[in-house]
Design a protein around this ligand. Structure first.
Ligand code: B12
Ligand code: SF4
Ligand code: SF4
Length: 316
């Protein structure tokens, strides 16, 4: 089983890009602890708890030799939030419109792994992760040639842009590795300038505690008073630093049914969303990544967004 056979099989499973990085002491991994020490992880305690394992995939799988990284386009044919003039539209991040990527990508990675086990002459150790594992997926993606880490901190593939989910298989096989991706941000600073809450504090450095994605998804309890206005009409996540990126100007779209917008979130306005019953929201959140905040968190965000638009939440 060769690296190119793995990549070819990955394509048949719906992955748009697949690259292979060495399980090595990559210099970018050292930045992680400094980022934590600066308090940029906010209340995401799991990032502190897993710091040791995140420092090197060989702390997760001692026999690791390579990391197979996949990227999957989730972009669909809806306009960007920055093109929407309606302040009362509920802004929901594009990645959250369809099915939960943890389930979809996770199942595809397991299929790839099962195929690798059936195709390999020798047994090997491996672990597949998407998002929630103790792996700095973007560092390995860059070293697997999948894309570079942009100033907005996202992985940008020169052909696909950054609307991609990453996935990783840590593995003990000494597969042929790819050349790392080269930084193509150049002198551009559009994402830093466009961030409504100045959360990108330096190129490639994000302070989560200011990021709308963190505030609307990860922040427990109330959104701190000083950050509420900055949230605007975002009710789940934020895409602005990717929408302004020139590499997403003509981003490819996926026709995969998994990523198509669910009717409940599709161009919905804040008032309509606030008036949905718990039963309707429960049904829409089933199998959706948005179930992370639960109904309670979503209602909290909608109330803040309504307030920002000068409207009051009729349910409060
Ligand atoms: C925690 C987390 C968040 C946090 C923090 C984000 C952040 N930028 O760090 C919050 C909640 C804010 C968040 C938001 C989003 N996230 Co998120 N998130 C993660 C998660 C679970 C861990 C990331 C992490 O550890 N961050 C801490 C930083 C310090 O580590 P890092 O991202 O690995 O960055 C390394 C390099 O950038 C490098 N580095 C950074 N700066 C510098 C500077 C110098 C000088 C050097 C040398 C190195 C260096 O070192 C870092 C550490 O090794 C990953 C999945 C994973 N397991 O990796 C998904 C992940 C990064 N998220 C993802 C997505 C889709 C999003 C959102 C787009 C969702 C949305 N629309 O709301 C936003 C994007 C916001 C943004 N601009 O990043 C995708 C990104 C896909 C892509 N194309 O890159 C991932 C990979 C999940 C996945 N499997 O697809 N996320
Ligand atoms: S996701 Fe939004 S708030 Fe977070 S860094 Fe990007 S533009 Fe700023
Ligand atoms: S907007 Fe410009 S600086 Fe920011 S990630 Fe895209 S190319 Fe890089």
């Amino acid at each position: 089983m060769t690296a190119s056979e793995i990549k070819a099989h990955a394509r048949t499973l719906g992955f748009d890009v697949c690259g292979i990085a060495p399980a090595a002491d990559h210099p970018e991994l050292k930045f992680y602890r400094e980022w934590l020490d600066r308090g940029y992880a906010g209340e995401m305690a799991y990032l502190h708890r897993t710091a040791e394992r995140r420092a090197d995939v060989r702390n997760v799988l001692p026999a690791a030799r390579t990391v197979i990284v996949t990227a999957t386009v989730y972009n669909t044919d809806r306009p960007y939030a920055i093109e929407c003039a309606d302040a009362a539209r509920a802004q929901i991040a594009r990645y959250a419109w369809g099915d939960d990527y943890h389930d979809v990508i996770g199942a595809r990675l397991e299929s790839l792994l099962a195929w690798m086990r059936a195709s390999s002459e020798a047994p090997f150790d491996a672990r597949a992760y998407v998002d929630t594992g103790p792996v700095q997926e973007r560092v390995y993606a860059q070293h697997a040639g999948v894309g570079w880490i942009g100033k907005n901190t996202c992985i940008i593939n020169p052909d696909l842009g950054s609307w991609v989910f990453l996935g990783a298989i840590i593995c003990s096989l000494p597969l042929e590795v790819d050349a790392p991706s080269l930084d193509q941000c150049g002198t551009c600073t559009l994402c830093l300038e466009a961030c409504p809450t100045t959360a990108i504090v330096a190129p490639g450095v994000l302070d989560s505690t200011r990021c709308i994605s963190y505030l609307t998804i990860e922040q427990r309890g109330a959104i701190p008073e000083e950050h509420r206005a900055g949230v605007g009409s975002h009710v789940y996540g934020c895409d602005i630093c990717q929408e302004v990126c020139p590499w997403n100007a003509v981003a490819p779209r996926s026709d995969d049914p998994a990523w198509q917008p669910r009717p409940a979130w599709d161009r919905v306005d804040l008032l309509t969303l606030s008036q949905r019953s718990d039963e309707d929201l429960t049904a829409a959140l089933r199998g959706s990544p948005m179930k992370r905040t639960k109904i309670q968190g979503l209602r909290r965000n909608v109330a803040v967004a309504l307030d920002n638009c000068g409207m009051s939440d009729p349910g409060v």
